[in-house]
Design a protein around this ligand. Structure first.
Ligand code: HAM
Length: 402
């Protein structure tokens, strides 16, 4: 047989989770799944790839540029899911017919996007998230924001803030004007990128009146506590922007009921780079990480693409980003459990197997040597492998522990 040389590399933007990292990921996923279940959410698992058309129908064609696409044997165009919101909307559109709304669903899943990879930004990454479908009021939005805060706390973080915005605020301002949809998109694009120079230039050539230009230029600066809402309310006259501000104030009041308002900071300049949001949007930030830990918001028109009118809201957070934040903030996560290493002398394997079985049944993490060894050699193996104790099965199957 001819052995071919191959490069032991993995594709750009992917990563291996070695045992310690994989344990941290598993611990986090388990505790989040338990938290989501405590809030009444049921887990769903969907295929890693879907028809490209399905993903585009939910999230808009803009997302297609970032998706990994390929063909099946029948020449159908498929794509790896780039988030879980569209697949869940697709599932809900069929499931909602049978179940009583609201539908509360959660997921733990890998998703895929073409990205410029760096620490905290990969092409394959893991999300934990929830979607709350079938209800439109601020109570649902407050619930998902509260759950996002609880999820970050459950993961071990405390030092973080949630930025809370509303996409209808700027829609109201732009709706007052005669801007074309393309020009509106350009302005939003600069706001998403927080590119104030580009924003200024786009506004100058937009044909918008001086007042509207001044207000839109000011949007990224409207960040902070309740005073921001009051100030913005005093400056905008249109109903759409005003009810967006009222919606934010309502959500914040409900979050106070959860005892979580200290985490919340209004940010009227928060625009997410996914096009499907129709109302409240939010992101979480922590010091030392140049990216949001989580993001979400209301998307009331997506499920309609799959045949059912259904308001919805939700969020997802990036498992790797949270793990990175914990590491950078020096917050320890449990290492893989390594309780007992069992070594044995020639002929004592059956007794060693019996001892390993007994200990495993008690819930201990046990590694059993596969070859006989002296006590000293077994001790050296136990230490090298990082086990807390050595159990050595010696003459007459005598067991001693150290
Ligand atoms: P997103 O903001 O695109 O929202 O992603 C959510 C989270 O996934 C981010 O806050 C971040 O922690 C993580 N994330 C995003 N991109 C990357 C990347 N390239 N590498 C590592 N982590 C990343 C969504 O995906 C929406 N589906 C959230 C949502 C649910 N909205 C409503 N419901």
């Amino acid at each position: 047989m001819i052995r071919r040389q191959f490069l032991p590399q993995i594709p750009y933007g992917t990563k291996d989770f070695l045992p310690k990292e994989a344990t941290h990921k598993r611990v986090m996923e388990n505790s989040l799944a338990a938290l989501f279940a405590r809030w009444g959410y049921d887990e769903v698992v969907t295929p890693a790839f879907e028809y490209l058309e399905t993903l585009n129908a939910g999230a808009g064609d803009g997302v297609a540029q970032g998706t990994f696409k390929f063909f099946d044997r029948n020449n159908n165009l498929l794509a790896l899911r780039s988030d879980m919101t569209t697949p869940i909307a697709r599932v809900a559109a069929t499931r909602l017919k049978e179940s009583n709304p609201p539908l509360r669903l959660f997921y733990l899943a890998n998703v895929f996007r073409h990205e410029q990879a760096q620490a905290g930004r990969q092409c394959e990454f893991y999300q934990a998230g929830v979607e709350l479908l079938g209800t439109g009021g601020p109570a649902a939005d407050a619930e998902v924001v509260a759950l996002a805060v609880e999820a970050l706390a459950e993961a071990g973080l405390d030092n973080f803030k949630i930025g809370l915005g509303q996409v209808e605020f700027i829609n109201g301002l732009m709706g007052e004007s005669s801007l074309t949809p393309e020009d509106q998109q350009k302005i939003k694009h600069h706001l998403v990128a927080r590119d104030l120079v580009g924003l200024g230039e786009a506004l100058t050539v937009s044909g918008l009146g001086a007042d509207a230009q001044r207000l839109i230029r000011h949007i990224p600066l409207w960040q902070g506590d309740d005073a921001v809402i009051q100030e913005a309310y005093g400056q905008v006259k249109n109903e759409v922007s005003r009810s967006a501000l009222e919606n934010l104030a309502d959500i914040k009041r409900l979050l106070a009921g959860y005892g979580l308002e200290r985490y919340i900071r209004f940010d009227l300049g928060l625009f997410r780079d996914l096009d499907y949001y129709t109302g409240m949007v939010f992101e979480a930030y922590t010091p030392g990480l140049g990216f949001p830990l989580c993001g979400g918001g209301r998307y009331d028109t997506m499920v309609a693409a799959f045949g059912i009118d259904c308001p919805a809201t939700g969020f997802a957070f990036g498992i790797e980003r949270v793990l990175l934040a914990l590491e950078r903030q020096g917050i320890d996560l449990p290492d893989p459990a390594k309780d007992v290493y069992i070594g044995w002398r020639e002929g004592a394997l059956p007794a060693a197997i019996a001892e390993a079985t007994r200990r495993r049944q008690q819930g201990q993490a046990v590694e059993l040597a596969l070859e006989p060894a002296t006590r000293e050699a077994a001790k050296a193996d136990q230490v090298a492998k990082g086990y807390a104790r050595l159990l050595y099965v010696g003459d007459d199957s005598h067991v001693d522990e150290s």
